[in-house]
Design a protein around this ligand. Structure first.
Ligand SMILES: *Cc1c(COP(=O)(O)O)cnc(C)c1O
Length: 396
């Protein structure tokens, strides 16, 4: 194992741990417990576990550990803790480190469940949360106080695909000693260098690009060894958000092909966005890889120019236009996952973001005509002609 390996090599070999049979492909250890040779060994292991030692699958498991070490190597993080879902990861990253009286600053453009944790759960336990427009550094500067404990944001927001400047927000947060927690799903582990750019903690829903084939839920928290072992592990091991070994195996094997999949999906997304920009059926085409995108300069520096695998189309005719577009599509399926091999179309205003008030939707740009399109692995030409015919139907 070499720390100097490139991401693509880490994604295939990182974290591997072979059993006595020296299998090539990673084993699934479907076991909740581990046998001790002696009572003394059991006693010793409960005091301190070594790197290859396990006690109980809620604390750790060899297959889960392989996934954690592989994604940590890929992300350039010291350590990682895998969770049952992306939301378990977001919840644990925040809850494990916060207490009553703490202050958090968060971007307001958030995935609905992330917003629920910040707005409805943390506040119930006496944590004060200030929401800002994440793309406006002046708002971050004004909101971050000497006693701010953490800042939270999605580096690329859902579904309007705003990109937040990790280095700039981290500099403001670090000046007061606040921890920078980044939900990095839309940036993907393939294009992200979030830790290098100043994030202290990176969170992924592995359900998205890491699995990439719509099979299993999972999540992961990445950070320093101190944060993962000292803060996250005690919280998660006693509250039970552990990833199952079977799902960890799916995620491990997903990592092997992730770079190929995500690069191909992003390339198609770029092509589709460029071809559709300015289409007569569209109010707006939102894609971070477009030169017209408000943060395209930041996309160049923060994400190596890659706009990701999702684009959003604001279709003329409001909800009626969006619904007839969705119903006319024959390749993308109507669902709510993203990062999948299958292209997926979502109407955020009535599904993932239905819970938000009209005013919140308005400030976030979640208009009735907005459709989020997660680009899959299909042929770009086929996708484009399908989208074009559905746009024509939407205006009929
Ligand atoms: C999907 C998603 C989550 C939640 O992940 P689950 O695996 O569904 O729990 C959190 N944040 C973002 C940005 C997401 O897209």
């Amino acid at each position: 194992m070499s720390e100097s390996w490139n991401k693509r090599t880490q994604a295939v070999h990182g974290g591997i741990r072979r059993s006595q049979y020296n299998e090539v492909s990673e084993s699934i250890f479907l076991t909740q417990g581990f046998v001790y040779d002696t009572a003394e060994q059991a006693e010793a292991r409960f005091i301190e576990t070594g790197p290859d030692e396990f006690i109980y699958a809620r604390y750790g498991n060899p297959t889960v550990s392989m996934f954690e070490q592989r994604i940590a190597a890929l992300e350039g993080a010291e350590d990682a803790f895998a969770t049952a879902s992306g939301m378990a990861a977001v919840n644990a990253a925040l809850t494990a480190m916060l207490q009553a009286g703490d202050h958090v600053v968060s971007a307001k453009a958030l995935f609905g469940s992330c917003l629920f944790i910040l707005e409805n759960i943390l506040t119930r336990f006496g944590v004060e949360v200030t929401f800002v427009d994440g793309t406006d550094l002046e708002q971050w500067r004004a909101a971050i106080r000497p006693d701010t404990k953490a800042v939270f944001f999605e580096s690329m927001s859902n579904p309007t695909l705003e990109v937040i400047d990790i280095s700039a927000v981290a500099a403001l947060a670090h000046a007061v000693g606040a921890t920078v927690i980044v939900d990095n799903v839309f940036s993907t582990p393939v294009f992200s260098r979030a830790i290098e750019q100043g994030a202290d903690v990176v969170v992924y829903s592995a359900t998205k690009h890491i699995d990439g084939q719509g099979r299993a839920l999972g999540g992961v928290i990445l950070g320093t060894q101190d944060f993962i072992r000292g803060t996250v592990e005690p919280y998660l091991k006693h509250t039970g958000g552990a990833l199952s070994p079977f799902n960890a195996w799916i995620m491990l094997k997903g990592l092997e092909t992730m770079s190929l999949r995500v690069n191909a999906q992003a390339e198609t997304a770029q092509q589709v966005a460029e071809a559709l920009e300015g289409h007569e059926a569209l109010e707006r085409t939102l894609y971070p890889g477009l030169a017209s995108h408000a943060q395209n300069a930041l996309v160049q520096t923060q994400l190596g120019g890659k706009g990701g695998t999702v684009l959003s189309l604001d279709i003329k005719g409001g909800k009626r236009g969006a619904f007839s577009f969705l119903n006319a599509l024959t390749i993308p399926v109507i669902s709510n996952n993203l990062g999948d091999a299958k292209s997926i179309a979502t109407h955020p205003a009535t599904t993932t973001h239905q819970r938000l008030s009209d005013e919140q939707k308005d400030t976030l740009g979640i208009t009735p005509g907005l459709v989020r399109l997660s680009i899959g692995l299909e042929d770009a030409g086929d996708l484009l002609s399908d989208i074009r015919q559905a746009l024509a139907v939407s205006q009929a």
